[in-house]
Write a protein that binds this ligand. Structure first.
Ligand code: NDP
Length: 399
């Protein structure tokens, strides 16, 4: 039996709390803490299980240390924002608690995410016999584990990986983001980047795109982007020659985004307004719908998966491993939309892997470095069943 401390009571935090509560044989005590305790209480009120709640500003390591000492958890799940990753990792180190997150650190004043800041903690975690699991949402997270699973069971060498992230759902709002608006818009407006033959190649933001016919969803336009799991998969997947990441966007979303960018609303540097510094993107976040509020009227499905080509027993092989998730079903089950759901379920399963010892090591690791089998099995039990499609060489091409 274990005690889990979850930090961050947003769209993802709600799902993680529900899912941990669905594992009473593993997590007999759950504490949900966040900057605004009312949001924790609102999530706790959705559940029959008793959930402890607390207020914490996770930008302040000492506040997190105090909270950890009070709660005394076996694992801390960080589903606040990437800005808090390092302060929460520091607090875990100071108190001797295992750590898990879903997004890698980025500094607030620079739209740049990279694992180097978190990988630097490897030695410190190792010396203390503690485990930090990085990027255990869907992408990063399940996308990495799909690659590890394919490497273990389907290929001797994986030559190309295309991670495809399709949200074909509709929430009925003119413009909203499916996870934290600030983090989402920073990511989407950045330059694209992919890795080929040992080198990183840059592209203009959202300039490379193509139509792909997603199983159970249909044809959608998807755009090449840089995504954080590419950085670790390049190191951890054998024989890789190229890896790319693609995400679908609708015309309406892109038109709004273009206008917001053109008028300066996506800027992250402060501008003076009536004598006070205001960061336009933070202001925009304050007026956009919260991701956790989108679920009620969301219809349609997501399809997120990995298209992989490589060699098995001297022969070419191509497969697509993917999950399809339905927004309305997520709402029915845990009062969430599918993007928060597909992120929160893997985080809860990852924590289960750590506290049960199915994933056991000391140091800082990305999820593809662990045994994928028990995790893949739990995905089927906790709401994210996956399929493997075997394809001929020219079938379902990603050009
Ligand atoms: P939300 O904005 O809905 O929630 C974030 C929560 O964190 C809010 O409740 C917020 O509090 C809280 N928070 C922010 N700053 C602090 C702080 N200093 N101290 C304590 N709590 C704080 O975001 P999401 O739930 O959509 O996303 C959560 C995380 O999941 C993000 O890091 C995001 O990047 C990641 N993610 C990962 C995905 C993956 O597949 N790997 C996909 C989607 C998201 P308050 O309400 O007071 O603002």
């Amino acid at each position: 039996m274990s005690k889990v401390l979850i930090i961050g009571a947003g769209g993802v935090g709600g799902v993680v709390t529900h899912k941990c509560a669905q594992m009473p044989e593993i997590f007999d005590e759950i504490c949900l803490a966040s900057r605004t305790e009312e949001k924790c209480k609102a999530i706790a009120a959705q559940l029959k299980t008793r959930i402890q709640t607390a207020k914490v500003d996770a930008d302040k390591p000492l506040e997190v240390v105090r909270l950890i000492k009070k709660i005394n958890p076996d694992i801390l799940i960080n589903v606040a924002l990437p800005y808090q990753d390092l302060s929460i990792m520091e607090a875990c180190l100071a108190t001797g608690v295992d750590y898990l997150d879903t997004a890698n650190y980025e500094p607030p004043n620079k739209a740049k995410f990279e694992y180097k800041w978190q990988w630097k903690y490897h030695k410190a975690f190792r010396e203390k016999g503690l485990l930090a699991v990085l990027g255990c949402g869907f992408d990063p997270g399940v996308s990495n584990i799909f690659c590890a699973y394919a490497q273990k069971h389907y290929f001797d060498e994986i030559h190309t990986v295309d991670i495809l992230d399709c949200n074909a759902g509709s929430h009925g709002k003119a413009f909203a983001t499916n996870f934290n608006p600030e983090i989402n818009i920073r990511e989407i407006t950045a330059r694209g980047k992919y890795w080929e033959k040992g080198q990183w190649k840059d592209t203009d933001p959202l300039s490379v795109h193509q139509t792909f016919n997603f199983p159970e969803v249909g044809p959608k336009e998807m755009y090449l982007m840089y995504h954080e799991e590419l950085e670790s998969l390049v190191k951890n997947i054998k024989g890789l020659k190229r890896i790319r990441f693609w995400m679908t966007f609708g015309e309406q979303y892109l038109t709004h985004l273009r206008v917001l960018e053109n008028v300066g609303m996506t800027r992250i540097d402060p501008v003076m307004y009536e004598g006070k510094p205001v960061v336009p993107l933070k202001f925009l976040k304050a007026i956009l719908p919260e991701p956790s509020s989108l679920g009620k009227n969301y219809k349609g499905k997501t399809n997120i998966g990995c298209m992989m080509e490589g060699i098995k027993n001297g022969k070419k092989r191509k497969i697509y491993i993917y999950n399809v998730c339905d927004h309305a079903q997520c709402w029915k089950e845990v009062k969430s939309q599918a993007i928060s759901y597909t992120t929160g379920v893997p985080a809860a399963i990852g924590a289960r892997m750590v506290v049960t010892g199915a994933w056991c090591d000391a140091g800082v690791f990305n999820v593809e470095q662990f045994n994928p089998d028990p995790f893949m099995e739990e995905l089927n039990h906790y709401g994210l069943p996956w399929k493997v499609k075997h394809l001929g060489p020219g079938q379902m091409p990603v050009k």
